[in-house]
Design a protein around this ligand. Sequence first.
Ligand SMILES: Cc1cc2nc3c(=O)[nH]c(=O)nc-3n(C[C@H](O)[C@H](O)[C@H](O)COP(=O)(O)OP(=O)(O)OC[C@H]3O[C@@H](n4cnc5c(N)ncnc54)[C@H](O)[C@@H]3O)c2cc1C
Length: 555
Amino acid sequence: MKLTTNAPRPSLENQRFQVIVIGGGINGVAIARECARTGRHTLLVEQDDFGSGTTSRSTRIIHGGLRYLEHGELGLVRDSLRERKKLLRHYPHLVHPLRFLLALDENSRRNALKIRTGLWLYRMMAGGRHGTSGDKEDAEKVERSLDQGRRWSLFSYQDAQCEFPERLVAEWLVEAVESGVIARNHTQVLAVDVRQGRAKGIFIRDRLSGKEERVEGSWVINATGPWADRICQRSSIRTQRPMLGGVRGSHIVLPRFAGVPDSAVYSEAVDGRPIFVIPWNQQILVGTTEAEDRGDPGKVQPSLEEIDYLLQSFATLFPQANFSGTDIRYAFAGIRPLPYAPNARLSGVTRKHYLHDHKADGAAGMISAIGGKLTTAAQLARECAAKIGASMQKSPRINGDRAEGLSAASDLIQSPLGMIASDVDPVLDSFVADIANAGGISESSASGIVEWHGKRSGAIARMALSSADLRAPLCPHTEHIVAEAVDAFANECAMTLGDILLRRVPVALGACWSPECTREAAAVLKPVMGWSNQQAADEIEAFEAEREGFLRKPS
Ligand SMILES: Cc1cc2nc3c(=O)[nH]c(=O)nc-3n(C[C@H](O)[C@H](O)[C@H](O)COP(=O)(O)OP(=O)(O)OC[C@H]3O[C@@H](n4cnc5c(N)ncnc54)[C@H](O)[C@@H]3O)c2cc1C
């Protein structure tokens, strides 16, 4: 089997769409999927890769937003909890429950009674589940690993985690394409074509071929997250005031240490701000910061002060870990696309999204989606589709292709009816065993495939069975295999090595990754992709530049 990423993509020149969505982060992909499901001929255009913007720079929690209760945003909490429940049901391989322990010491400004009341309300709004098994053991473990010189109060609650929102985006993208979306990554919108007070289409440049084209659209949706004001500026659309206030948030990634808690810890940083210490991808994710940032969101980097602040805060919580700057695997940052609120405290700006209609700005037919969270992207998409009159005529097609020949477990994983999270584990286990059999691969490889590729696992396993090259691991330290990458090139719009290793099969976010791993991955992909030596070298160079720009190893 040979694939090539060189084949020119069909021209879009002068094609007409009912809906054009600019921006392929979680919101843009969700909006395109929603519009296509209602029968609208939809184009989705992304300047880099799907999910490469803010979506892959977040804390990766699927949460109701306990913190928003402090700001009295009950509606936002209710919506988020409802969306969290749906994600847990429909995407159990990607979104799983995670226990959080709120750890406060005797100096905390937060009042214990208020916290208990807040947590009670949060649980009630989530459906009224109280403690879960293991709460006590986990709390004891966390207490042992926290600074022993302080008196801790621990409060337990449940939220959820999507370790790889990049994969959620890829899965929604496949669903969008199955519903008819034409999806173009590595294609930049140069400007929206606005004439006689109406958005008529867009001017685009394919960044892989350099080709420029004009495409027509009845509706243009600006879903570019923190780039939203820039799209308007490029198109000479004047909004009364900026739509966004850029707030940078940074994270550091640390190795696991002896006594590391299995739960996420939510506590206070050195300045009393909230901080998360979260088990993630066999490492520890620590975040986040809040710093005003009006720079190019594509070039955002964590500052050394932020990295230091996160490390210091971590060290005051877990001194036994004894980490220094050299232990930081990498740091990354993103710009929160928060609504413009010039006089508000950064932490107090609402996380609720809104839709801005540009009719009054002289661009009827154009809507900007502002703000939001990973958790509420599907809701934002429904609201956006409703705003442009795209109503659901038939029930959503959650199921795409079926893993034929595999057990009923795969049907359950794909089931739009879903199941409660605690029912999922045995079903996943039996599905993993089926995938291992179907692909002639180890159970640990199969487990990794199921976790990342859900309902596509059957197709990947069948492909893997056909050749040893396709069963080869992408690097010597991972169980993830070449067939996953090939499937992503063929079915998930991956175009570059970076699209694969950072997002579709995101092994390069793992603990092992090094330039040596990149060379290994390119070497095993080269024969199946039909790359020349020069192409493989170019892919490696572009990948290293992208990784360097995204994941910063502090000096
Ligand atoms: C530090 C931090 C932590 C967060 N933590 C969480 C969390 O734990 N849970 C949660 O639910 N939410 C969290 N969020 C919020 C969440 O990540 C964002 O709300 C969400 O990812 C925004 O998605 P988006 O699609 O709007 O934007 P993006 O993901 O940024 O997508 C916009 C896309 O538009 C593209 N684009 C821009 N200009 C153009 C152009 N000219 N042509 C074509 N394409 C263009 C960009 O390349 C980009 O891919 C966090 C955010 C940050 C910054």
